[in-house]
Design a protein around this ligand. Structure first.
Ligand code: AMP
Ligand code: FE
Ligand code: FE
Ligand code: ZN
Length: 286
């Protein structure tokens, strides 16, 4: 069984439609795929109604959350939620708040770029997002498409990751997000916990505290994690009996990642399903 539990469609910052994502997942030899767009569940319906025979869908989302550092500064952390009730009023309201903030924040980043002499427009970025929650990859795509940079990665390195072009997102506090997913019958897994400085805030002690709040597991096998990170996280997960997952974090042509390049074990998927009560799926093709 090949299981990939973290993939983006054009309902966030991926480039494939949900139907294309399902077809490509089957073509890549996956048996189970999750759709985990940032801060929304808009792709679930199309994904579940366009499943190729033999492919199972695990509906999910990647929540924008934060951990407050001891000195009071917030650190953005991504939290994967699976199999939660997508009509849960708290989740619907919070995802809507985050999406509104994403648009304001995206336009604020564009304004900073324009001030610095970069010739792009807010309309180009809104067009690139095409109704999806605005993310920095949409700005990166505009920078690429207007030939200001040669790649998405270059857009991040030369512009979006520079301090003068960063604008904070109005993330959900992670304890609230974990609780919200649990109340909606879902299962929460920390996404790429030790990427981009995450190891500084997601310590073993913090992981135990998050588990006390209701965190179910950690994404250990992720392209951003080197061998040491995987070994370290596996050890902590095993000590705490947290569920361990692996996933590609596929974004279509917006990132150089392949569907199924990292995978999750059947045992871990079974634990996720057993811990969930939000939706009576995984959805299986008829
Ligand atoms: P945002 O949520 O708007 O801050 O954008 C974060 C998204 O940008 C995530 O999906 C990441 O995959 C992507 N991203 C973040 N940093 C980089 C980077 N240095 N290079 C390429 N993609 C990145
Ligand atoms: Fe993304
Ligand atoms: Fe992420
Ligand atoms: Zn992701």
């Amino acid at each position: 069984m090949r299981i990939d539990l973290h993939c983006h469609s054009c309902c966030s910052d991926g480039s494939d439609t949900p139907a294309e994502l399902m077809n490509k997942a089957a073509a890549a030899g996956l048996d189970v795929v999750a759709i985990t767009d940032h801060d929304n569940t808009a792709g679930w319906a199309e994904a579940s109604s366009s499943l190729p025979p033999g492919l199972t869908l695990v509906p999910g989302a990647e929540f924008s959350t934060q951990i407050i550092r001891p000195d009071g500064r917030p650190k953005g952390v991504h939290l994967l939620g699976y199999l939660f009730d997508p009509t849960d009023p708290t989740i619907v309201a919070e995802q809507s708040r985050i999406r509104t903030n994403r648009e304001e924040r995206g336009l604020a980043i564009v304004a900073k770029l324009i001030d610095a002499g970069v010739r792009i427009t807010p309309e180009q970025v809104l067009d690139a997002a095409a109704g999806a929650p605005v993310g920095r990859p949409h700005i990166a795509r505009v920078l690429c498409d207007t030939a200001l940079v040669g790649s998405i990665q270059q857009a991040f390195d030369q512009y979006l990751e520079l301090p003068q072009f960063k604008v904070a997102k109005a993330n959900t506090d992670i304890d609230i997000a974990i609780t919200m997913i649990k109340v909606a019958g879902g299962v929460s897994i920390l996404a790429h916990p030790w990427s981009r400085g995450g190891d500084e805030v997601i310590t073993p002690t913090k992981l135990r505290a998050l588990q006390d709040v209701g965190l179910n597991g950690v994404e250990v096998n992720h392209p951003d994690h080197d061998r040491d990170a995987r070994q370290g996280l596996s050890r902590i997960a095993s000590e705490l009996d947290l569920i361990v997952t692996g996933s590609s974090d596929y974004h279509g042509k917006n990132k150089l990642l392949l569907l199924g390049q990292e995978t999750t074990s059947v045992e871990s998927l079974d634990r996720i399903i057993a811990a969930s009560s939000g939706v009576t799926v995984p959805v299986v093709a008829p």
